[in-house]
Structure formats: structure tokens, C-alpha cells
Design a protein around this ligand. Structure first.
Ligand SMILES: Cc1ncc(COP(=O)(O)O)c(C=O)c1O
Length: 495
């Protein structure tokens, strides 16, 4: 049935909830622990006697004293004041839209065999988790074509930084310390320039062709030299446009002795379709917390999976999980390793979730994820393109993969309502504020939906209808949008 869904009425709760430190009262308790029996005290002494006197606190910590029902009420109220991703159609997060995060994975990671592991346990006693890490690394090798993986980095940018450190170490090892320039593209994720800059590299940015949005290959030829250390690039870029000639870019870098790192955080449109290896890359990273069903941001810790070609394995952070045919080991013996980039093995519960997801999907399922993500993006483009005031950046490129960058420049010109206003107004319809784009804006008045594989046709129709309603409203009465949100806990503060 081709029915335009009605927009729901929505209003956020207001609880005037204090912060937890202002709650409770003296003597209120959540859990009352049993007193230690005298016989035990006589045998082992008082607990504080085990802590050296100079390390003992002089005063009790100023923690709130709160009963369990009050704590529960507090967090439930806070949850009602927010628009969590499980509550709404959250496709506006651009390059960070949270993907399907199965609840069953939460059950899995809370199993005592995972949750109660101690990072200092002997490797003999943690064979199970090492087995998962080892096999997950094989899955990632299959997905990317890279030889070996580490899951230590605590996020995407950290993964890029790890790659950049390996590039530096590689050139150092080859005695080429004057390779101090890193090349990226304007529509790669900003971390692809920020991480090498943090590591001390000079950044050269390739600008997009104004017609196609693709980085200019002639500019790359002009940029490379014996100072080129490497090339860090996202593909599809943050416009959703895939560069089909990426292997030619990689070849140009290789010809001058540089290395190429593929930012695969946008890989949810590429599973089973294209791999870093075939495009010639030396290394890549994935955002496990983004593309592999693990919640991210405030909802879960992140994991940047970093993979390298065989020739670069020696530079990976230690330890790497290896298998000798009967036991799994933590291999610290890599003399050229860049060292550790994070404590222990990283956020391993994120790996457990992703491992379970891949096991449940299989290779065909993964490819289906990508095909659905691409179809959803292009369906959204068709649906939204007749909304007055909305245009697509770089319309000459017809297809987008995982996301699409739009512009509200026309809406702003016609009505004075810009993308920040629309982002605040959509909240009044019960969907989370959207991400406009990284700053500075290259596309005027941008917004960047990413419907991914998670959302249905009905969800996409609904989201587009919100944008359509806001556009109609902006042309009739722009003040409503300009002063939004109206139905949220907080309202707009006028300057
Ligand atoms: C393409 C791309 N690269 C890198 C990152 C950085 O990842 P993180 O936010 O985990 O540091 C992101 C963020 O989602 C991204 O979309």
C-alpha cells in the first residue's frame, strides 16, 4: 500500500532530574553488606591493615548515599528525557549512524566467561577468549584481504593513528626519516588528516573535483615526492561517493615509496563487494563499533580493528594472538612492533559482539547487509529529492553507497531556515537531531543521512516525511523551525 505515514505527536518528558551527586541522604543505602564475622577478623585482621597507612584515605569519599529504587528511578527518568537510538529512527547520524545492535549480543558479553575475565590472567586460563580473537582476526582478513589484525585501538581515530605510527616505523626502519608528508582527501574522514598531523606529519589535502566530488588524480601526481610517507583515505568518502579509480591513487603513492592506509569505517556498503587488498592498500582499519553491530558512543566502548599486509605484520602493536595448532598464545616477540597502543587487548567485548554477529550472518548475510545499505541510501535519495529546498551535493554522481550528503542551501536562500534549524526541528517529531557535517562545511547547509541496512522502507519514508513537513513549514511559517525545538525537554536559547 503506497500510503504516506502520518507523523506522530511527540513530547519529551520533563523531570527536572538532579544530578546523582545531589541525590540521596546520609545513611540511605543501596546494598547493606553483611558484617565480617569476629572469628574471621581475628584470623585475618581488619581490611584496612592490608593497605599501607600512607595510602589510606583521611576522609571518606563524598559519594551520594542512595537506595536502589532511587537509583533506578533516576536513570529511567534520564532515559525518558533522551531520544535513544532504540527509540527512534536514527538515520541522521551521517557517517556514525548506529547499525543494528542485537540485544542477544548484550546477553552474550555478560556471560561470566567473558564478563569476569581478568586481564592479568595467565594465557592458559583464557584460551576461550583468545580463540575468539584469533578467529575474529581471520574473519577480518577474509573481509579485507589483510594478513593480520590487532583489536587494541579504542576507536576509529585510534586505529588510524596506529596505522600512521606503523607507517612512520616502516620508514624509520628503512632509514627514510625525511618522509614527513601524508596525503589525504578533503572528503575523507577528518581523522585521516588529524591523526597523521598528531603523529607529526605534514598534511597535504586533495580537493574534490567540483563536478564529481571525487579527489583529483592530477593533484595527487603533483603532490607526491620523495617526502611522501603515505596516503590515508576513506572510500566511499564522507559524501557516500565511491572512488572507482582508487587503485590508481594507490599506485601513484607506491611508485614514490609511500604506504597506503584505507579508512574502512564506511565499509558497511562494501562487505563481500570490494576489499582493501585488491585495491592495493597496505593497511586498513574498520570501526567495529560502527559497521559490525556493536553499539558505540555513550552506548558502548569502541574498537578500531587494524589490519596490515604480510610485509607490515612486524610493526603491529603487541601482543598478537597466535595459534600453534593446539593452543592460543599472546605473541610479544615482534622486535619492530610500534609497542602497545592500549592497555591489555583492547575493548574485547566489542569483538565478542562482532564475532557473534558475523557467525550469525555468514558471508552471504554480510553481502546482503551491504546491498541493503546501498539500496536504502539510493531509495532515500529518490524519496527526498523532490522536497523543496533540498539538493544533493555533486548530483553528477548518481549513486551513493552508505550515506549521502545533501544541501539545504536553497531552503536557506528562500526561507532563511538553514540546516541547523532543521536539525533542531526534527526532534519535535521524535527523531534524533541529525548530524550536519564536519566543520568547516564544504557543502553549504549540509546534512548527511545514513539509512544503513537497519531501517525499513517505512522508516525511511517516515524520516523523509519529517523533512518534507519541515520544508513545507519553512516556506509557510519559518519562525516555527527557526525557534525549534518546541517539544523537547530543553528549548532553544535565543542569543
Ligand atoms: C570514515 C570514518 N573514519 C574514522 C572515524 C573515526 O572513528 P571514531 O569516532 O571511532 O574515532 C569515523 C567515525 O565514525 C568515520 O566515519
Amino acid at each position: 500500500m503506497n500510503r504516506r505515514p502520518e507523523l506522530r505527536r511527540y513530547h519529551a518528558h520533563i523531570w527536572d532530574e538532579p544530578i546523582v551527586m545531589q541525590m540521596g541522604q546520609k545513611g540511605e543505602r543501596g546494598i547493606i553488606l553483611a558484617e565480617v564475622e569476629d572469628a574471621i577478623k581475628r584470623t585475618v585482621g581488619e581490611a584496612p591493615s592490608y593497605v599501607p597507612r600512607n595510602m589510606q584515605r583521611k576522609e571518606q569519599p563524598g559519594l551520594p548515599e542512595i537506595s536502589q529504587p532511587h537509583v533506578l528511578r533516576h536513570y529511567l527518568r534520564l532515559s525518558q528525557e533522551t531520544l535513544g537510538m532504540a527509540l527512534n529512527i536514527d538515520i541522521g547520524m551521517g557517517t556514525c549512524t548506529m547499525k543494528y545492535s542485537p540485544q542477544v549480543s548484550e546477553e552474550l558479553v555478560r556471560l561470566p566467561g567473558f564478563a569476569e575475565l581478568h586481564p592479568y590472567q595467565d594465557e592458559e586460563t583464557v584460551q576461550g577468549i583468545l580463540e575468539i580473537i584469533y578467529h575474529f582476526a581471520r574473519f577480518m582478513s577474509e573481509i579485507s584481504g589483510m594478513h593480520e589484525f590487532t583489536f587494541q585501538p579504542g576507536g576509529g581515530a585510534h586505529g588510524i593513528y596506529t596505522n600512521v605510527c606503523m607507517i612512520r616505523k616502516y620508514h624509520e626502519t628503512n632509514g627514510e626519516l625525511d618522509r614527513n608528508e601524508m596525503i589525504s582527501t578533503l572528503f575523507s574522514h577528518p581523522a585521516d588528516a588529524a591523526c597523521p598531523a598528531t603523529a607529526g606529519f605534514k598534511i597535504i589535502t586533495l580537493y574534490p573535483d567540483p563536478e564529481t566530488g571525487l579527489p583529483n588524480i592530477e593533484a595527487l601526481k603533483a603532490a607526491v615526492s620523495r617526502h611522501t610517507a603515505g596516503f590515508m583515505v576513506t572510500n566511499p568518502e564522507d559524501t557516500g561517493i565511491f572512488n572507482p579509480s582508487i587503485n590508481e591513487f594507490v599506485d601513484i603513492i607506491h611508485e614514490v615509496g609511500g604506504l597506503c592506509g584505507y579508512d574502512q569505517a564506511n565499509s558497511n556498503a562494501l562487505f563481500g563487494i570490494a576489499r582493501a587488498k585488491e585495491a592495493g592498500f597496505d593497511m586498513c582499519h574498520f570501526n567495529i563499533h560502527k559497521a559490525f553491530s556493536s553499539p558505540h558512543g555513550c552506548m558502548g566502548p569502541a574498537c578500531g580493528a587494524v589490519g596490515v599486509a604480510e610485509a607490515l605484520s612486524e610493526y603491529l602493536p603487541v601482543p598478537i594472538v597466535t595459534y600453534d595448532g593446539s593452543r592460543y598464545h599472546l605473541d610479544y616477540h615482534r622486535p619492530n612492533s610500534i609497542g602497545k597502543v592500549r592497555a591489555f587487548l583492547g575493548n574485547i567485548e566489542t569483538v565478542v559482539r562482532a564475532y557473534a554477529w558475523i557467525m550469525s550472518m555468514g558471508s552471504e548475510g554480510l553481502r546482503q547487509v551491504s546491498e541493503t545499505a546501498i539500496i536504502n541510501t539510493n531509495y532515500l535519495i529518490r524519496k527526498i529529492s523532490d522536497v523543496p529546498g533540498v539538493s544533493m551535493a555533486y548530483p553528477k554522481q548518481k549513486i551513493r553507497l552508505d550515506q549521502v550528503r545533501f544541501s539545504l542551501e536553497k531552503l536557506k536562500e528562500d526561507t532563511g531556515v538553514g540546516t541547523d534549524d532543521v536539525a533542531r526541528r526534527i526532534v519535535d517529531f521524535g527523531v534524533q537531531e541529525y548530524f550536519t557535517s564536519h566543520h568547516p562545511w564544504v557543502v553549504p547547509e549540509p546534512f548527511l543521512p545514513e539509512p544503513c541496512d537497519t531501517y525499513s522502507k517505512e522508516d525511511i519514508d517516515y524520516w523523509v516525511n519529517i523533512i518534507r513537513r519541515i520544508s513545507e513549514e519553512a516556506y509557510k511559517n519559518p519562525e516555527i523551525t527557526r525557534t525549534a525545538p518546541h517539544n523537547l525537554r530543553k528549548h532553544k536559547r535565543e542569543n
